[in-house]
Design a binder for this molecule. Sequence first.
Ligand code: ZN
Length: 410
Amino acid sequence: MEFKILVIILVLLGGLYPILLNIFKRKSSENTIPDSVNDIYDDETYAKWRSYNAEHSRLDLINGIVVLIVTLIMFAFNLFSAFASLFPDVFAWKIISVILLDTIVSQLISIAFSYYSTMVIEEKYGFNKSTLKTFVIDQIRGTLVSLALSLAISFLMAGLHSWLGNYIIILLALVMFAFSLLISFLYPILSRIGNKFTSLEEGELRDRLMKLLTDHGYNVRDIKVMDASRRTTKLNAYFSGFGSTKTIVLYDNLVNAMTTDEICSVFAHELGHGLHKDVLKMQIMNIGNMLLIGVAAWISLCEIGLHEAFGFTELNYGFAYLLTGVFLSLIQPLTGMLINAYSRRAEYRADRQAVTEGYGEAMIGALKKLAKENFAELAPTRISVLLEYSHPPLADRIDAIKAQLRKENK
Ligand SMILES: [Zn+2]
């Protein structure tokens, strides 16, 4: 019984965290906008931005509360073991039944909320580029991917646990790490699915981007433009590829919305990340994170009492997967905070690179456009920044760039 109370408390805390974040975020709207960024939105856009944020955060708040209540009910009333008992008493079914119930319930909630978010809120503010058909296809695909992933991990845990017993922790950490590496290798390939890439046409932009990278010893395989405008109006750009050979990917929205100088500044910034091996450093931090995930999984597997407390007569690997998730909902915010703190420092450093390359002013222009297009929060509360911002607030970045510009002009 103690285990049950303990897990339910953890579920409660893990579920309260996003609700707390939401409340801090809503507080931000009471802050005054710093002078350096008060030209981003005109009054009309600003009013629109506020109501956009308010609608999203209200929806998120309700979403968080619904998820918390449903999860509490499912744990408190032993619904997972009750559902599992409806299935044949076969090893595979024991896992599948638990994962199936969890996926069905969480996807139903998620689809309902993302329907409202995409088709009502995003639509109302002109961000939505997906039709009902693409929405349905995306949701079905998302559900199947989530089901397959949960099942794969549960069966993997089962296989490894019966093979290695309680030494599984070391292997789990390694497997998770390999998995995260695989994802980052596969990302450029995965992102190709459903998107079209065309080479950037010859011209000044192409030459300057090439020069920016080759000056620092990189080889550029190609500069591609991705047709992101079919799905979103947001602006983005990234570098991909391992070693010194890179493929540059620009969202077509970025190319259309920014001046050549601004696009180059975004790239000089990305170059800053590349030169400081920020991606690699983040990956190393992820190893530490993976180790913690391994510990969470290990506890879920080794303490049979955690399963018995929720009506199972023996260890259930599907339920172990869910328990791991409960532990992680508390661990991840903490590690996320540390990784985000590092990431914010890396962002300042990358901005300094853009200044060094002579794109300081252009960077400010680009950041303002990015903020405007992405409908960024201009005056977030400090606590929100501390808890969940991977990038510093715009005003802080602009202040830092201006300080750097003054220093270089001396
Ligand atoms: Zn960056």
